[in-house]
Design a binder for this molecule. Structure first.
Ligand code: PLP
Length: 421
């Protein structure tokens, strides 16, 4: 059998795959099995912040694999301790503790469990609810999927979000959120993405984020941030929420991460704040004691070594600053085109969404979904991008993308758009 036949026969059809077979990557370049070269402005959906096969990652994996790949979390893992310190002291910069998982969905599951345990044990709520927002994406496990306020994600799996304790509310709507707290006294937490990626690069407004924090404090609910896609320099800051409100005004109670932290090696994490819970001296970050949560693989020596190498490189090469500068250059260039097929550019560091004139594209393509159609055309022209909902093309290039590579990617995108006019 050929690889194409094996994939058809033996792998589930749950992805709408492109017929593209990448076999090698270096920096912002990827090559397919026929030797065709691509410029990668997707980074595997925000996963490779320092590019493909960065020497620091390759040498760390090689050395750590020769030393110790895995031990159980019943033993003490030195690399896990080191990575946890960096996450708390250098990334979040607010006292707290970390748990390591394998993915973003699992990181969110941990946060959701933390919030439910807090509500049950500390606030005495029998069936706590968690509020999330329209357009969100939190992952594909049972908890994360029903937390995701998109019916196409949770529909036809036998439950409604309400049955599993989730309330979906309109994003960036302060009045609706206030009403939700007025209607319900059993809210354990609010989970919000500072910048929603999957539904079109939509950022939380500073006013909304402030209102979320205030309402959480007033009602003793936890403020949880899903930073799986927007963190570690992607939006120009180590913490995505600081690209919305700089400094320490926002003090989350919990944060989830994955994607960039592992440079492509499966690694996720969540952080819980070192804060006394209402009516007790016990701390939130110590709530999940022995037996309450766990994983076999999460936080292995190899995964954490890669996490350390990735974060050290982002800090050492000042990639947050680079993402800010290059991102605004890219957004400025595209705005200058005043291209009839691009209605708006939304940019936070190197987290960029191009809102398409979808009606014009649909008219020219007999009704094809604009973002999917364009992403396909860009791929044919040698540029990897990611659709974000039906009307937005998203760029999430490595933070190490050079100016010359950015110009090359822009040239490809403009030519593809021009050909559609
Ligand atoms: N949260 C956000 C904001 C995401 O973008 C994603 C994945 O795209 C997830 C959670 C789920 O992460 P994973 O696919 O690693 O489970």
């Amino acid at each position: 059998m050929t690889h194409d036949e094996q994939l058809d026969h033996y792998v589930l059809p749950n992805y709408g795959r492109y017929d593209l077979w990448p076999v090698r990557g270096e920096g912002a370049r990827v090559w397919d099995r026929d030797g065709k070269e691509y410029l990668d402005c997707a980074s595997g959906v925000s996963v490779c912040p320092i590019g493909h096969c960065h020497p620091a990652v390759v040498s760390t994996i090689t050395e750590q694999a020769k030393t110790l790949i895995h031990v159980s979390n019943w033993y003490c893992i030195d690399k896990q301790a080191e990575l946890a310190e960096i996450l708390t002291e250098q990334v979040v910069r607010i006292p707290g503790k970390n748990f390591f998982s394998n993915s973003g969905a699992e990181a969110n599951e941990g946060l959701l469990k933390l919030a439910r345990r807090y509500a049950v044990q500390v606030r005495g709520i029998a069936k706590p609810r968690i509020v999330t927002f329209t357009g969100s994406f939190h992952g594909r496990t049972m908890g994360a999927m029903f937390a995701t306020a998109q019916q196409k994600i949770w529909g036809d799996f036998g439950f409604t979000p309400d049955e599993l304790g989730y309330l979906h509310r309109p994003f960036n709507d302060i009045a609706a959120l206030k009403q939700t707290f007025a209607d319900h006294d059993d809210i354990a937490a609010i989970l919000v993405e500072p910048i929603q990626g999957e539904s079109g690069v939509n950022a939380v407004t500073p006013e909304f984020l402030r209102a979320v924090q205030q309402l959480c404090r007033e009602h003793k609910a936890l403020l949880l941030l899903d930073e799986v896609q927007c963190s570690f320099g992607r939006a120009g800051e180590m913490c995505g929420w600081r690209s919305i409100i700089p400094g320490d005004e926002i003090q989350p109670d919990g944060i989830s991460w994955a994607k960039a932290i592992g440079s492509g090696y499966p690694l996720g994490a969540f952080w819980a704040r070192d804060v006394a819970m209402p009516g007790t001296d016990a701390k939130l970050c110590d709530l999940l004691g022995p037996g309450s949560h766990g994983t076999t693989y999460g936080g292995s020596p190899l995964a954490c070594a890669v996490g350390l190498a990735t974060l050290h490189t982002i800090f050492k090469e000042d990639l947050c600053a680079q993402a800010k500068e290059l991102g605004s250059h890219i957004a400025g260039s595209v705005r200058d085109w005043q291209h009839p097929l691009i209605k708006e550019v939304r940019q936070h560091g190197l987290f960029i969404g191009f809102q398409l004139d979808h009606e014009a594209i649909e008219a020219k393509t007999s009704g094809k979904v604009a973002s999917i159609f364009l992403a396909r055309k860009l791929l044919d022209a040698g540029l990897m991008t990611v659709p974000a909902g039906p009307h937005v093309i998203r760029w999430l290039p490595p933070l190490t993308l050079t100016v010359a590579e950015a110009v090359e990617a822009l040239t490809i995108q403009k030519a593809v758009l021009d050909a559609l006019l």
